[in-house]
Design a protein around this ligand. Structure first.
Ligand SMILES: O=c1ccn([C@@H]2O[C@H](COP(=O)(O)O)[C@@H](O)[C@H]2O)c(=O)[nH]1
Length: 481
C-alpha cells in the first residue's frame, strides 16, 4: 500500500483530516513534565511525553509529522529518540517527516535513509533546487513528497510574491511541481492564512492534497480557511493540531472536539455543495462484507440497478450494472481503483490493457497508480491514419493483464485478449470488478486465462439486502437466476 492509499484509508477509518506534530520541543511540554533537566533526563522526559501524546491521539489523527530539526538539535541522542518515536507510531498511521530538505548533493542518500531505513511514509522538501533535487525522493513510488509552496513568514513575501501579484513565484513552484509526479505522490505544503493565496493555490491545483501550516494564529477562522482549502469532495487538506493543544491537560478531548468541529463543517458544506461526495453508509451491519461501503456507495450513486434489464446477449437479468458513473465521483473511483490494484499487485505483467470504452478510465488510473504502462485494443479499427489494432507502445512477447468492469459471458474480454495476442502480446490474467458468477471464470480457465474479480454479484446482492437497500422481492428475483 502506498502513502496515498494508506492516508486515504486512515482518513476514512478515523474520519479525521488532523495531523499532529511530534516534536521534542521542551517548550511545548505540559507544565510539570520538565524542569531544568540534564540532557540525558531531558531526552527521557521527551520520549515519555511524545509516547503519551501518541497514546492519547492515535485514534483521532490521520497522520503524524515529526520535525527532523527538533530531533537534530538534541544531537545523536535526538536521532535515537526520533527512531523510538517512529517505532511507537501504530503501523496504520502514516508518518510525514518534516525535513524541508533542500540540498541537491544529499537528496539521494537522505531519501534512502528516511524511506528505507527509517521507513517514514512521506517527506517535506523545499523546491528551490528544482526537479533534480526532488527526483531522488520521487523514485520511491510508494512514498509521498510534500513540496513547500508558500510559508507564513512575513519576510518570505518578497520572494514568494516575486515578481508580480498575477504571476508570483509560489504559483510557478506549483505549476512546475505538478509536472514532477502524480497527485497521488506529490502534494503541496501551504503555510499561510492568507485566504486569497489559498484560493489561488486550490484553483491552480484542485487535484493536490494540501498540508496546511500556521493556521492557528490569533484571529484566524478555521471555517474560512476550510472553505477555500477543501476540494470539491470536502477533503484534500491535512489540518495540523495547534501546538498549544500539546500543553493541554486534556489533549485527547481537545483533539476530539477539534476534529468534530472540522467534520461538522465538512458535513455542512457537503449538504450545500452538489459536487461534494461526503457519504455515510447509514447502516451498521454486524457481519459486514469487507467491501461493504464500496457496494453501498455504488448502489447509492446508481451504478447497481435492480429491475428487468435486457443484456447485449438478449437475455433478461434482474439487474444492470453501470460502472461508468464512477468516473464522476473521484473519491469513490479511487476506492474502486485501490480494490483492483490489490489484485493486480499479486500478478506479474508488463502492461495493463483496458477494454474500451468502459474500462479505459480504470486502466488509466491503475497505470498511474501502479506505475505500469497502459495499452488498449481498439473496439473498431480505424479505416484511416495508423489503422492500429492496439493503441499505445508495446513489444511482442510482453505480458499483459486485462482489466474490465463486469464479466457476463466473457465475450468482451475474450475479444480483447484475441486482439492483443494476435499482435504478439501474452495474455494470462484478466481482472474484473464484478463477476456475474455463471461459470465464466471456469470457461476462461479452460481457454488459458486466469480471471479474478473484486466482487461477485451475489456478494453485492446479499450486502444490499442486509443493509435494507433492496427489498425481499428484488433479493429473491436475483437468486431465481
Ligand atoms: O450489467 C451489465 C452487463 C454488461 N455490461 C457490459 O458488457 C460487458 C461484459 O459482458 P460480456 O458478456 O462478459 O462481454 C462489460 O464490458 C460491460 O461493459 C455492463 O456494463 N453491465
Amino acid at each position: 500500500m502506498n502513502f496515498f492509499e494508506k492516508l486515504t484509508q486512515r482518513i476514512t477509518n478515523c474520519q479525521s483530516l488532523l495531523i499532529l506534530g511530534l516534536d521534542p520541543n521542551p517548550e511545548m511540554m505540559p507544565q510539570g513534565q520538565h524542569t531544568h533537566q540534564e540532557q540525558q533526563s531531558l531526552i527521557i522526559a521527551l520520549e515519555k511525553w511524545l509516547k503519551g501524546v501518541i497514546e492519547q491521539t492515535s485514534g483521532l489523527v490521520c497522520a503524524y509529522k515529526p520535525t527532523l530539526g527538533f530531533y537534530e538539535a538534541l544531537g545523536s541522542k535526538g536521532l535515537d529518540l526520533l527512531l523510538k518515536v517512529i517505532d511507537a507510531i501504530p503501523d496504520d498511521i502514516p508518518i510525514i517527516l518534516d525535513a524541508k530538505h533542500g540540498d541537491i548533493n544529499t537528496s539521494t542518500i537522505f531519501a534512502k535513509t528516511i524511506f528505507e531505513q527509517w521507513q517514514v511514509d512521506a517527506v517535506t522538501v523545499s523546491p528551490y533546487a528544482g526537479h533534480d533535487h526532488v527526483a531522488p525522493f520521487l523514485v520511491y513510488p510508494d512514498q509521498g513528497v510534500f513540496v513547500l509552496c508558500h510559508t507564513s513568514n512575513p519576510s518570505a513575501i518578497v520572494l514568494q510574491e516575486y515578481p508580480t501579484d498575477e504571476a508570483p513565484f509560489y504559483l510557478q513552484v506549483i505549476k512546475e511541481a505538478r509536472t514532477w509526479a502524480t497527485p497521488e505522490q506529490l502534494f503541496l505544503e501551504v503555510g499561510t492564512t492568507n485566504l486569497e493565496v489559498i484560493k489561488k493555490i486550490r484553483s491552480l491545483a484542485p487535484e493536490r492534497l494540501l498540508l496546511m501550516r500556521s493556521i492557528w494564529s490569533k484571529g484566524n477562522d478555521i471555517h474560512e480557511i476550510l472553505k477555500v482549502a477543501l476540494n470539491s469532495t470536502g477533503d484534500g487538506v491535512l489540518i495540523p493540531v495547534p501546538q498549544d493543544c500539546l500543553k493541554s491537560n486534556n489533549l485527547q478531548k481537545d483533539v476530539k472536539n477539534l476534529n468534530q468541529e472540522i467534520n461538522e463543517y465538512r458535513q455542512s458544506i457537503a449538504q450545500t455543495s452538489q459536487n461534494c461526495d461526503l457519504w455515510s453508509p447509514n447502516v451498521c451491519l454486524l457481519n459486514s462484507h469487507p467491501h461493504q461501503d464500496l457496494i453501498l456507495q455504488l448502489y447509492d450513486i446508481g451504478c447497481l440497478l435492480f429491475g428487468e434489464y435486457v443484456q447485449a446477449s438478449g437475455a433478461t437479468f434482474s439487474y444492470y450494472i453501470d460502472l461508468r458513473k464512477i468516473i464522476s465521483k473521484p473519491q469513490l473511483f479511487h476506492q474502486v481503483l485501490t480494490a483492483y490494484a490489490n489484485i493486480l499487485k499479486s500478478l506479474n505483467f508488463d502492461r495493463i490493457a483496458g477494454i474500451p470504452y468502459g474500462s479505459l478510465p480504470t486502466a488509466t488510473g491503475l497505470s498511474l497508480m501502479l506505475h505500469h504502462p497502459m495499452i488498449y485494443p481498439r473496439k473498431e479499427v480505424k479505416a484511416h491514419g495508423t489503422r492500429r489494432l492496439i493503441e499505445g507502445n508495446f513489444k511482442a512477447g510482453e505480458k499483459v493483464v486485462i482489466v474490465d468492469d463486469i464479466l457476463i459471458t466473457g465475450k468482451s474480454v475474450k475479444e480483447g485478449a484475441e486482439k492483443l495476442t494476435s499482435s504478439g502480446l501474452v495474455v494470462k490474467d484478466i481482472v474484473v470488478f464484478i463477476d456475474h458468477e455463471q461459470g465464466v471464470k471456469d470457461k476462461l480457465k479452460i481457454e488459458g486465462y486466469n480471471a479474478y474479480s473484486v466482487l461477485t454479484i451475489s456478494e453485492i446482492t446479499e450486502t444490499l439486502y442486509e443493509a435494507g437497500r433492496i427489498n425481499e422481492q428484488q433479493y429473491n428475483s436475483f437468486f431465481k437466476h
